[in-house]
Design a protein around this ligand. Structure first.
Ligand SMILES: Cc1ncc(COP(=O)(O)O)c(C=O)c1O
Length: 463
Protein backbone atom coordinates (compact mmCIF):
# COMPACT_ATOMS: atom_id res chain seq x y z
CA UNK A 1 0.00 0.00 0.00
CA UNK A 2 1.94 2.98 -1.14
CA UNK A 3 2.05 6.57 -1.94
CA UNK A 4 -0.55 9.08 -2.46
CA UNK A 5 -0.74 11.27 -5.49
CA UNK A 6 -3.21 14.04 -4.92
CA UNK A 7 -3.81 17.33 -6.59
CA UNK A 8 -2.03 20.18 -4.89
CA UNK A 9 -4.06 23.31 -4.40
CA UNK A 10 -7.35 21.44 -4.08
CA UNK A 11 -8.96 20.32 -0.87
CA UNK A 12 -6.92 17.15 -1.15
CA UNK A 13 -3.74 18.86 0.00
CA UNK A 14 -0.20 17.98 -0.93
CA UNK A 15 1.36 14.66 -1.85
CA UNK A 16 2.89 12.48 0.81
CA UNK A 17 4.94 9.32 0.59
CA UNK A 18 3.74 6.80 3.15
CA UNK A 19 3.79 3.01 3.03
CA UNK A 20 1.77 0.73 5.29
CA UNK A 21 2.37 -3.01 5.46
CA UNK A 22 0.66 -5.73 7.50
CA UNK A 23 -1.42 -5.09 10.64
CA UNK A 24 -1.77 -2.25 13.19
CA UNK A 25 -2.15 0.24 10.44
CA UNK A 26 -3.21 3.19 12.56
CA UNK A 27 -0.13 2.80 14.78
CA UNK A 28 2.04 2.44 11.69
CA UNK A 29 0.59 5.59 10.19
CA UNK A 30 1.08 7.57 13.39
CA UNK A 31 4.69 6.37 13.74
CA UNK A 32 5.49 7.23 10.17
CA UNK A 33 3.98 10.71 10.40
CA UNK A 34 5.86 11.43 13.64
CA UNK A 35 9.06 10.33 11.95
CA UNK A 36 8.43 12.59 8.95
CA UNK A 37 7.88 15.59 11.22
CA UNK A 38 10.92 14.85 13.37
CA UNK A 39 13.33 14.35 10.51
CA UNK A 40 12.10 17.52 8.86
CA UNK A 41 10.64 15.85 5.76
CA UNK A 42 7.38 17.49 6.76
CA UNK A 43 8.40 21.04 7.51
CA UNK A 44 6.74 23.30 10.05
CA UNK A 45 3.77 25.09 8.56
CA UNK A 46 3.30 22.70 5.65
CA UNK A 47 -0.18 21.44 4.95
CA UNK A 48 -1.16 17.81 5.48
CA UNK A 49 -3.23 15.91 2.93
CA UNK A 50 -6.93 15.81 3.71
CA UNK A 51 -7.97 12.70 5.63
CA UNK A 52 -10.12 11.66 2.68
CA UNK A 53 -7.26 11.88 0.22
CA UNK A 54 -4.78 10.09 2.46
CA UNK A 55 -7.31 7.36 3.27
CA UNK A 56 -8.09 6.89 -0.41
CA UNK A 57 -4.47 6.59 -1.36
CA UNK A 58 -3.59 4.18 1.43
CA UNK A 59 -6.80 2.17 0.92
CA UNK A 60 -7.69 2.50 4.58
CA UNK A 61 -10.80 3.91 6.17
CA UNK A 62 -11.09 7.64 6.54
CA UNK A 63 -11.81 7.05 10.24
CA UNK A 64 -8.35 5.52 10.67
CA UNK A 65 -6.67 8.62 9.24
CA UNK A 66 -8.89 10.97 11.24
CA UNK A 67 -7.94 9.12 14.43
CA UNK A 68 -4.24 9.15 13.57
CA UNK A 69 -4.39 12.90 12.89
CA UNK A 70 -6.27 13.43 16.16
CA UNK A 71 -3.54 11.61 18.06
CA UNK A 72 -0.81 13.71 16.45
CA UNK A 73 -2.79 16.87 17.09
CA UNK A 74 -2.96 15.92 20.75
CA UNK A 75 0.80 15.30 20.80
CA UNK A 76 1.52 18.67 19.27
CA UNK A 77 2.98 17.41 15.98
CA UNK A 78 0.08 18.82 13.99
CA UNK A 79 -2.23 21.78 14.32
CA UNK A 80 -5.72 22.20 12.91
CA UNK A 81 -6.89 25.46 11.42
CA UNK A 82 -10.63 25.92 11.52
CA UNK A 83 -11.99 25.10 8.09
CA UNK A 84 -8.52 25.32 6.54
CA UNK A 85 -7.04 21.89 7.07
CA UNK A 86 -4.31 20.32 9.14
CA UNK A 87 -0.75 21.61 9.29
CA UNK A 88 2.59 20.57 10.69
CA UNK A 89 3.16 22.41 13.97
CA UNK A 90 5.97 24.94 14.47
CA UNK A 91 7.71 22.99 17.20
CA UNK A 92 6.28 19.89 18.79
CA UNK A 93 5.67 19.35 22.45
CA UNK A 94 5.57 15.65 21.72
CA UNK A 95 4.13 13.52 24.45
CA UNK A 96 6.68 10.78 23.84
CA UNK A 97 9.45 13.01 25.10
CA UNK A 98 11.25 13.17 21.76
CA UNK A 99 13.24 16.33 21.16
CA UNK A 100 11.12 18.75 19.17
CA UNK A 101 12.47 19.72 15.79
CA UNK A 102 14.68 22.78 15.97
CA UNK A 103 12.87 25.77 14.62
CA UNK A 104 15.00 28.88 14.35
CA UNK A 105 13.08 31.97 15.28
CA UNK A 106 13.86 35.35 13.77
CA UNK A 107 14.59 37.90 16.47
CA UNK A 108 11.72 40.26 17.18
CA UNK A 109 13.92 43.36 17.17
CA UNK A 110 16.46 43.07 14.37
CA UNK A 111 18.50 46.22 13.75
CA UNK A 112 19.92 44.78 10.50
CA UNK A 113 21.49 47.73 8.70
CA UNK A 114 20.90 46.47 5.17
CA UNK A 115 17.12 46.44 4.73
CA UNK A 116 14.43 48.97 3.87
CA UNK A 117 10.91 48.60 5.24
CA UNK A 118 9.95 45.37 3.53
CA UNK A 119 6.34 45.67 4.65
CA UNK A 120 5.91 48.79 2.55
CA UNK A 121 7.23 47.37 -0.68
CA UNK A 122 4.89 48.98 -3.26
CA UNK A 123 3.16 45.74 -4.15
CA UNK A 124 0.24 47.27 -5.98
CA UNK A 125 2.47 49.61 -8.00
CA UNK A 126 4.67 46.69 -8.95
CA UNK A 127 1.66 44.55 -9.85
CA UNK A 128 0.10 47.28 -11.96
CA UNK A 129 3.36 47.92 -13.76
CA UNK A 130 3.83 44.18 -14.35
CA UNK A 131 0.33 43.96 -15.84
CA UNK A 132 1.08 46.89 -18.14
CA UNK A 133 4.39 45.34 -19.17
CA UNK A 134 2.83 41.98 -19.94
CA UNK A 135 0.08 43.63 -21.94
CA UNK A 136 2.34 45.67 -24.18
CA UNK A 137 5.70 43.88 -24.32
CA UNK A 138 6.29 42.20 -27.69
CA UNK A 139 7.13 38.48 -27.74
CA UNK A 140 10.71 39.45 -28.47
CA UNK A 141 10.97 40.87 -24.95
CA UNK A 142 10.90 37.27 -23.71
CA UNK A 143 13.86 36.15 -25.80
CA UNK A 144 17.38 36.00 -24.32
CA UNK A 145 17.92 39.53 -23.07
CA UNK A 146 20.60 42.04 -23.97
CA UNK A 147 23.39 41.22 -21.51
CA UNK A 148 23.79 44.93 -20.75
CA UNK A 149 20.16 45.12 -19.62
CA UNK A 150 16.83 45.96 -21.23
CA UNK A 151 17.22 49.12 -23.37
CA UNK A 152 14.03 50.52 -21.78
CA UNK A 153 15.55 50.25 -18.31
CA UNK A 154 18.90 51.66 -19.33
CA UNK A 155 17.15 54.65 -20.90
CA UNK A 156 14.95 55.19 -17.83
CA UNK A 157 17.90 54.82 -15.48
CA UNK A 158 20.07 57.23 -17.39
CA UNK A 159 17.51 60.01 -17.19
CA UNK A 160 16.76 59.22 -13.53
CA UNK A 161 20.43 59.20 -12.53
CA UNK A 162 21.13 62.42 -14.41
CA UNK A 163 18.17 64.14 -12.80
CA UNK A 164 18.48 62.85 -9.23
CA UNK A 165 22.18 62.14 -8.72
CA UNK A 166 23.90 64.35 -11.29
CA UNK A 167 25.48 61.32 -12.94
CA UNK A 168 26.96 61.91 -16.39
CA UNK A 169 25.52 58.97 -18.30
CA UNK A 170 24.19 57.62 -21.57
CA UNK A 171 22.20 54.36 -21.73
CA UNK A 172 25.09 52.56 -23.45
CA UNK A 173 27.34 53.12 -20.45
CA UNK A 174 24.97 51.24 -18.13
CA UNK A 175 25.11 47.55 -17.29
CA UNK A 176 22.15 46.25 -15.30
CA UNK A 177 23.20 43.59 -12.83
CA UNK A 178 21.83 41.28 -10.23
CA UNK A 179 22.29 43.81 -7.43
CA UNK A 180 25.30 46.02 -6.86
CA UNK A 181 27.07 42.94 -5.54
CA UNK A 182 27.12 41.27 -8.91
CA UNK A 183 28.19 44.57 -10.42
CA UNK A 184 31.18 44.58 -8.11
CA UNK A 185 32.02 40.98 -9.00
CA UNK A 186 31.89 41.74 -12.72
CA UNK A 187 33.96 44.83 -12.25
CA UNK A 188 36.51 42.92 -10.19
CA UNK A 189 36.92 40.37 -12.96
CA UNK A 190 37.08 43.03 -15.65
CA UNK A 191 39.81 44.86 -13.73
CA UNK A 192 41.80 41.64 -13.34
CA UNK A 193 41.62 41.04 -17.12
CA UNK A 194 43.01 44.56 -17.55
CA UNK A 195 45.99 43.77 -15.33
CA UNK A 196 44.83 45.33 -12.05
CA UNK A 197 46.01 43.27 -9.07
CA UNK A 198 44.93 45.21 -5.97
CA UNK A 199 42.09 47.35 -4.70
CA UNK A 200 41.68 49.55 -1.62
CA UNK A 201 38.40 49.28 0.26
CA UNK A 202 37.14 51.28 3.20
CA UNK A 203 37.93 49.77 6.58
CA UNK A 204 35.43 49.47 8.23
CA UNK A 205 33.45 48.44 5.18
CA UNK A 206 31.10 45.76 3.97
CA UNK A 207 32.61 42.26 4.48
CA UNK A 208 30.74 40.64 1.54
CA UNK A 209 32.18 43.27 -0.81
CA UNK A 210 35.70 42.41 0.32
CA UNK A 211 34.96 38.73 -0.25
CA UNK A 212 33.55 39.35 -3.73
CA UNK A 213 36.59 41.34 -4.78
CA UNK A 214 39.01 38.77 -3.39
CA UNK A 215 37.07 36.03 -5.19
CA UNK A 216 37.51 37.97 -8.42
CA UNK A 217 41.26 37.65 -7.88
CA UNK A 218 42.15 41.04 -6.44
CA UNK A 219 44.32 41.71 -3.44
CA UNK A 220 42.01 43.64 -1.09
CA UNK A 221 43.55 46.24 1.22
CA UNK A 222 41.98 48.39 3.89
CA UNK A 223 41.88 52.20 3.68
CA UNK A 224 41.29 54.10 6.90
CA UNK A 225 38.02 55.92 7.45
CA UNK A 226 37.88 58.86 9.86
CA UNK A 227 35.33 61.56 10.65
CA UNK A 228 35.81 63.05 7.16
CA UNK A 229 35.37 59.76 5.32
CA UNK A 230 37.99 57.70 3.54
CA UNK A 231 41.57 58.87 3.98
CA UNK A 232 42.53 59.66 0.38
CA UNK A 233 46.19 60.34 1.22
CA UNK A 234 46.50 56.75 2.47
CA UNK A 235 45.31 55.07 -0.76
CA UNK A 236 47.90 52.71 -2.22
CA UNK A 237 46.11 50.65 -4.87
CA UNK A 238 45.16 52.06 -8.30
CA UNK A 239 41.47 51.45 -7.54
CA UNK A 240 39.33 52.29 -4.50
CA UNK A 241 35.83 51.18 -3.55
CA UNK A 242 34.12 53.90 -1.54
CA UNK A 243 30.72 55.04 -0.24
CA UNK A 244 31.01 58.85 -0.30
CA UNK A 245 27.35 59.82 0.24
CA UNK A 246 26.99 57.83 3.49
CA UNK A 247 29.96 55.72 4.42
CA UNK A 248 29.05 52.12 5.04
CA UNK A 249 28.95 51.49 7.95
CA UNK A 250 29.99 54.62 9.89
CA UNK A 251 27.52 56.91 8.12
CA UNK A 252 30.13 59.65 7.60
CA UNK A 253 29.54 61.88 4.58
CA UNK A 254 32.77 62.45 2.64
CA UNK A 255 33.87 65.98 3.53
CA UNK A 256 34.16 68.61 0.76
CA UNK A 257 37.92 68.63 1.24
CA UNK A 258 38.21 64.86 0.85
CA UNK A 259 35.85 64.93 -2.12
CA UNK A 260 38.20 67.35 -3.81
CA UNK A 261 41.20 65.17 -2.95
CA UNK A 262 39.48 62.05 -4.26
CA UNK A 263 38.50 63.68 -7.55
CA UNK A 264 42.09 64.90 -7.98
CA UNK A 265 43.40 61.42 -7.14
CA UNK A 266 41.08 59.96 -9.80
CA UNK A 267 42.01 62.54 -12.44
CA UNK A 268 45.65 61.73 -11.81
CA UNK A 269 45.07 58.10 -12.81
CA UNK A 270 43.20 56.40 -9.96
CA UNK A 271 39.90 54.63 -10.53
CA UNK A 272 37.07 55.21 -8.03
CA UNK A 273 34.19 52.76 -7.61
CA UNK A 274 31.45 54.89 -6.09
CA UNK A 275 28.92 52.75 -4.24
CA UNK A 276 25.88 55.03 -4.03
CA UNK A 277 23.84 52.38 -2.21
CA UNK A 278 21.49 54.52 -0.09
CA UNK A 279 21.90 58.06 -1.40
CA UNK A 280 18.21 58.50 -2.21
CA UNK A 281 17.64 58.83 1.50
CA UNK A 282 18.99 62.07 2.81
CA UNK A 283 17.29 64.02 5.54
CA UNK A 284 18.71 67.23 6.91
CA UNK A 285 21.28 68.23 4.38
CA UNK A 286 21.25 69.64 0.91
CA UNK A 287 21.46 67.06 -1.85
CA UNK A 288 24.99 66.31 -2.90
CA UNK A 289 25.46 64.96 -6.40
CA UNK A 290 27.37 61.79 -7.11
CA UNK A 291 31.13 62.06 -7.32
CA UNK A 292 30.90 60.44 -10.75
CA UNK A 293 29.53 63.70 -12.17
CA UNK A 294 32.89 65.36 -11.45
CA UNK A 295 35.11 62.77 -13.14
CA UNK A 296 32.98 60.45 -15.30
CA UNK A 297 36.01 58.94 -17.04
CA UNK A 298 37.60 57.89 -13.77
CA UNK A 299 34.62 56.89 -11.64
CA UNK A 300 32.43 53.79 -11.87
CA UNK A 301 29.03 54.55 -10.40
CA UNK A 302 27.21 51.67 -8.69
CA UNK A 303 23.52 51.74 -7.71
CA UNK A 304 20.82 49.36 -6.51
CA UNK A 305 17.14 49.05 -5.65
CA UNK A 306 18.03 47.08 -2.52
CA UNK A 307 17.47 50.11 -0.28
CA UNK A 308 14.75 51.85 -2.24
CA UNK A 309 12.53 48.85 -3.05
CA UNK A 310 13.79 45.49 -1.77
CA UNK A 311 17.05 43.52 -1.78
CA UNK A 312 15.14 40.43 -2.91
CA UNK A 313 14.60 41.98 -6.33
CA UNK A 314 18.32 41.64 -7.05
CA UNK A 315 18.51 44.61 -9.38
CA UNK A 316 21.37 47.04 -9.54
CA UNK A 317 23.46 48.86 -12.12
CA UNK A 318 26.89 50.09 -13.05
CA UNK A 319 27.62 53.27 -14.96
CA UNK A 320 30.97 52.66 -16.61
CA UNK A 321 33.72 54.73 -18.16
CA UNK A 322 34.18 53.78 -21.83
CA UNK A 323 37.40 51.90 -21.04
CA UNK A 324 35.54 49.32 -18.94
CA UNK A 325 32.29 48.78 -20.81
CA UNK A 326 33.32 45.89 -23.07
CA UNK A 327 35.11 43.94 -20.35
CA UNK A 328 32.19 44.25 -17.92
CA UNK A 329 29.57 43.38 -20.56
CA UNK A 330 31.61 40.30 -21.45
CA UNK A 331 31.83 39.27 -17.79
CA UNK A 332 28.06 39.73 -17.45
CA UNK A 333 27.32 37.68 -20.56
CA UNK A 334 29.61 34.90 -19.37
CA UNK A 335 28.01 34.99 -15.94
CA UNK A 336 24.30 34.72 -16.75
CA UNK A 337 23.47 36.21 -20.18
CA UNK A 338 21.63 39.09 -18.53
CA UNK A 339 19.09 39.91 -15.84
CA UNK A 340 15.43 38.75 -15.83
CA UNK A 341 13.67 40.70 -18.58
CA UNK A 342 10.24 41.31 -17.06
CA UNK A 343 11.51 42.71 -13.77
CA UNK A 344 13.72 45.12 -15.67
CA UNK A 345 10.76 46.31 -17.73
CA UNK A 346 8.68 46.78 -14.59
CA UNK A 347 11.37 48.89 -12.98
CA UNK A 348 11.70 50.92 -16.19
CA UNK A 349 7.99 51.57 -16.10
CA UNK A 350 8.06 52.69 -12.47
CA UNK A 351 10.89 55.08 -13.27
CA UNK A 352 9.23 56.48 -16.40
CA UNK A 353 5.85 57.06 -14.79
CA UNK A 354 7.34 58.77 -11.70
CA UNK A 355 5.76 56.06 -9.55
CA UNK A 356 9.29 55.38 -8.29
CA UNK A 357 9.73 59.04 -7.25
CA UNK A 358 6.42 59.02 -5.41
CA UNK A 359 7.38 55.80 -3.65
CA UNK A 360 10.71 57.35 -2.64
CA UNK A 361 9.04 60.42 -1.19
CA UNK A 362 6.83 58.25 0.99
CA UNK A 363 9.74 56.02 2.00
CA UNK A 364 11.86 59.07 2.88
CA UNK A 365 9.18 60.40 5.23
CA UNK A 366 8.81 57.04 6.92
CA UNK A 367 12.56 56.51 7.25
CA UNK A 368 13.07 59.95 8.71
CA UNK A 369 10.42 59.28 11.38
CA UNK A 370 12.14 56.00 12.23
CA UNK A 371 15.53 57.61 12.35
CA UNK A 372 14.14 60.26 14.71
CA UNK A 373 12.63 57.49 16.83
CA UNK A 374 16.05 55.84 17.08
CA UNK A 375 17.74 59.09 18.08
CA UNK A 376 15.07 59.78 20.72
CA UNK A 377 15.16 56.22 22.08
CA UNK A 378 18.96 56.30 22.44
CA UNK A 379 18.81 59.70 24.17
CA UNK A 380 16.22 58.32 26.59
CA UNK A 381 17.60 54.83 27.27
CA UNK A 382 21.33 55.31 26.71
CA UNK A 383 22.00 58.97 27.46
CA UNK A 384 25.76 58.50 27.41
CA UNK A 385 25.78 56.89 23.95
CA UNK A 386 26.39 59.04 20.86
CA UNK A 387 24.50 58.69 17.60
CA UNK A 388 26.13 59.74 14.33
CA UNK A 389 25.79 59.11 10.60
CA UNK A 390 22.18 60.26 10.73
CA UNK A 391 21.95 62.70 7.85
CA UNK A 392 21.32 60.01 5.24
CA UNK A 393 20.68 56.35 4.61
CA UNK A 394 18.85 53.70 6.57
CA UNK A 395 21.22 53.16 9.48
CA UNK A 396 23.07 55.15 12.12
CA UNK A 397 26.17 54.52 14.19
CA UNK A 398 25.62 54.35 17.94
CA UNK A 399 28.80 54.72 19.99
CA UNK A 400 28.37 52.92 23.28
CA UNK A 401 29.29 54.59 26.59
CA UNK A 402 32.04 51.97 27.06
CA UNK A 403 33.49 49.01 25.18
CA UNK A 404 31.95 45.64 26.04
CA UNK A 405 32.72 42.05 25.18
CA UNK A 406 31.54 41.55 21.60
CA UNK A 407 30.24 38.00 21.76
CA UNK A 408 28.75 38.60 25.22
CA UNK A 409 26.82 41.55 23.84
CA UNK A 410 25.54 39.70 20.79
CA UNK A 411 24.41 36.64 22.70
CA UNK A 412 22.85 38.55 25.61
CA UNK A 413 20.92 40.54 23.02
CA UNK A 414 19.79 37.37 21.22
CA UNK A 415 18.39 36.08 24.48
CA UNK A 416 16.11 39.08 24.49
CA UNK A 417 15.10 38.52 20.88
CA UNK A 418 17.24 41.48 19.92
CA UNK A 419 19.82 41.38 17.12
CA UNK A 420 22.56 43.98 17.00
CA UNK A 421 25.48 44.53 14.62
CA UNK A 422 28.71 45.74 16.22
CA UNK A 423 30.86 48.02 14.09
CA UNK A 424 33.64 45.49 14.66
CA UNK A 425 31.87 43.04 12.33
CA UNK A 426 32.77 45.42 9.50
CA UNK A 427 36.48 45.71 10.26
CA UNK A 428 39.13 43.76 8.40
CA UNK A 429 40.74 42.87 11.71
CA UNK A 430 38.00 42.93 14.32
CA UNK A 431 38.80 43.27 18.00
CA UNK A 432 36.98 41.22 20.63
CA UNK A 433 35.26 44.26 22.08
CA UNK A 434 32.38 46.32 20.75
CA UNK A 435 32.36 50.08 21.23
CA UNK A 436 29.78 50.96 18.58
CA UNK A 437 26.75 49.44 16.88
CA UNK A 438 25.56 49.88 13.32
CA UNK A 439 21.81 50.20 13.77
CA UNK A 440 19.44 49.86 10.85
CA UNK A 441 16.13 51.53 11.64
CA UNK A 442 14.17 51.40 8.39
CA UNK A 443 12.70 47.92 8.78
CA UNK A 444 11.41 48.42 12.34
CA UNK A 445 8.30 50.29 13.42
CA UNK A 446 8.74 53.18 15.85
CA UNK A 447 7.39 51.21 18.84
CA UNK A 448 9.73 48.35 17.91
CA UNK A 449 12.68 50.76 17.80
CA UNK A 450 11.74 52.04 21.28
CA UNK A 451 11.45 48.55 22.70
CA UNK A 452 14.60 47.31 20.96
CA UNK A 453 16.68 50.17 22.36
CA UNK A 454 15.15 49.63 25.80
CA UNK A 455 16.25 45.99 25.67
CA UNK A 456 19.68 47.06 24.48
CA UNK A 457 20.05 49.31 27.53
CA UNK A 458 19.15 46.34 29.75
CA UNK A 459 21.76 44.18 28.03
CA UNK A 460 24.44 46.84 28.44
CA UNK A 461 23.63 47.31 32.13
CA UNK A 462 24.20 43.61 32.70
CA UNK A 463 27.49 43.27 30.85
C1 LIG B 1 27.44 49.39 1.17
C2 LIG B 1 26.42 48.64 0.37
N1 LIG B 1 26.49 48.65 -0.94
C3 LIG B 1 25.59 47.99 -1.71
C4 LIG B 1 24.58 47.29 -1.14
C5 LIG B 1 23.56 46.64 -2.00
O1 LIG B 1 23.97 45.49 -2.58
P1 LIG B 1 22.98 44.72 -3.53
O2 LIG B 1 22.48 45.68 -4.56
O3 LIG B 1 23.78 43.62 -4.11
O4 LIG B 1 21.85 44.20 -2.70
C6 LIG B 1 24.48 47.22 0.23
C7 LIG B 1 23.41 46.43 0.84
O5 LIG B 1 23.31 46.24 2.03
C8 LIG B 1 25.42 47.93 1.01
O6 LIG B 1 25.34 47.92 2.34
Amino acid sequence: MTSLATKEGTSYGPELLVRLRGGRRRAQLEDRLRELVRDGTLTAGSRMPSSRALAGDLSVSRRLVVDAYAQLLAEGYLIARQGAGTYVAQATAAADGAAPPQVSRAPQFDFFPGAPDLSSFPRSLWLRAMRDVLRVAPDGALAYPDARGAPELRRALSSYLRRVRGVVVEPDAIVVCSGATQGLALLGRALVTQGVTAIDVEDPGLPPHRAVLAYAGLQVRGATVDEQGVDVAALRAPVVLTTPAHQCPTGVVLSPQRRGELVRWAREGGLVIEDDYDAEFRYDRAPLGALQGLAPDRVVYMGTVSKTLAPGLRLGWLVLPASLIDAVVQAKALDDLGCPALDQLVLARLLETSAYDRHLRRARRRNRARRDALIAAVARELPRARVSGISAGLHALVRLPRAVDLQGLVSAAEQRSLRVYPLEFHRIEPAGEADALVMGYANLSEPAIDEGVRRLSEVLREL
